[in-house]
Design a protein around this ligand. Structure first.
Ligand code: SAM
Length: 347
């Protein structure tokens, strides 16, 4: 697909035309990687963040957030739950922190999870770090890293972040290359329906993923949070329904463009539509990340408002999720880390 074809897919708005693209993406998925779904247990390790991203509910300047970091026992317990539930991997996500205390603590968690649960593939999503830190975490046992570029358009990136050295577009791009060099399976992604974002920008995002030759993508609708600066732009946003549809079209177009990568059906999709997760899978996604963070902490990790599942405990969310996935004809692969075929082929 060239850019004009991607733009024509992303511009669709009639139900039957969109459905035809979702069906095509589902058949591309089936042919290349099967209708298999991989589960990742998501731990939200800490909502303390050094960054001040203009869209994010846990940004440094939001004084209304009750800050937390999970304890050692909570992390190990969440990993134990993930392993026992038969998920192939665990994702440790966190607000972005630098400094030895955070880096050493996370290193020891990764080592311990790796030795206690050797079959659980460890994924990290802990922001921009130096190559040395990425290497340390890799040596400790992490194999995957998720770092969304948020928007691959430099100008748009600068409008949704403060313009200072802590929020540099170039540093984010460099981090993605550093991760690749350290041997990680690398994932990135964007938000869809950001203020000022155009269909042309979104098409470029997909071409950026292809160009970077990524292994995994997690992308979903932007959802405004009232305690962030971008809330002031809410009247210029696409309606939520449009953001939802464009997110599904992005997943479908990406599946057609990159048939063998892993694509997550994001939690943000579910917050716009109770069937959002299933619809993401039926548009070509193949990964779901149930939240395994202990209940009371989860309620303080609100990137956006109406985040779904924040009142469910992990076993309740798991049941709800597995029923909804199997109900739509997909097959959950338990005890399988779901290494992207794209990564295996590239190697
Ligand atoms: N600190 C890590 C990092 O920088 O990659 C991971 C945590 S960060 C909070 C996780 C992701 O949440 C971001 O990459 C962003 O895409 C998403 N996010 C934040 N605010 C959002 C919002 N208002 N709507 C939708 N997604 C949002």
């Amino acid at each position: 697909m060239d850019k004009s074809e991607i733009i024509s897919i992303l511009s669709l708005s009639k139900d039957d035309e969109m459905q035809a693209v979702f069906d095509k993406a589902l058949s591309v998925k089936e042919k290349n990687i099967g209708r298999n779904v991989y589960l990742r247990g998501l731990i939200e390790l800490s909502n303390i963040c050094r960054k001040d991203c203009l869209y994010c509910g846990i940004r440094r300047s939001n004084a209304n957030v009750m800050r937390y970091s999970l304890s050692h026992d909570e992390v190990i317990e969440a990993a134990r739950f993930t392993d026992k539930a038969g998920f192939g991997s665990i994702v440790i996500q966190s607000g972005e922190l630098l400094g030895d205390a955070f880096i050493d603590t996370l290193t020891s968690y990764v080592e311990e999870i790796h030795s206690l649960f050797p079959e659980l593939l460890i994924t990290l999503s802990c922001g921009e770090q130096t190559p040395e830190v990425y290497r340390r975490w890799f040596q400790a046992g992490a194999q995957r890293y998720l770092l969304r570029i948020e928007s691959s358009n430099r100008e748009l990136y600068s409008k949704i972040h403060p313009n200072d050295e802590f929020h540099s577009f170039d540093a984010r791009i460099k981090a993605l290359y550093d991760l690749r060099n350290e041997g990680y399976q690398v994932g990135t992604g964007v938000m869809i329906g950001l203020p000022w974002q155009t269909i042309d920008n979104l098409a470029d995002d997909l071409l950026f993923f292809k160009d970077l030759d990524v292994d995994m993508i997690g992308m979903g609708p932007f959802i405004e949070h009232s305690e962030t600066p971008l809330y002031a732009e809410r009247e210029y946003l696409w309606p939520l329904k449009t953001r939802f549809e464009k997110s599904l079209l992005m997943i479908a177009a990406l599946r057609i463009l990159m048939p063998t990568i892993n694509i997550a059906s994001s939690t943000a999709l579910e917050s716009l539509d109770p069937l959002g997760r299933q619809k993401g899978l039926l548009a070509g996604a193949n990964v779901v990340m149930p939240n395994v963070t202990p209940l009371y902490k989860k309620q303080n990790y609100r990137l956006y408002e109406n985040k779904p599942g924040v009142h469910l405990d992990p076993s309740q969310s798991l049941q709800a999720i597995s029923e909804s996935i199997e109900g739509c004809g997909e097959h959950i692969c338990y005890r399988n880390p779901g290494v992207p075929k794209h990564f295996i082929d590239r190697r």
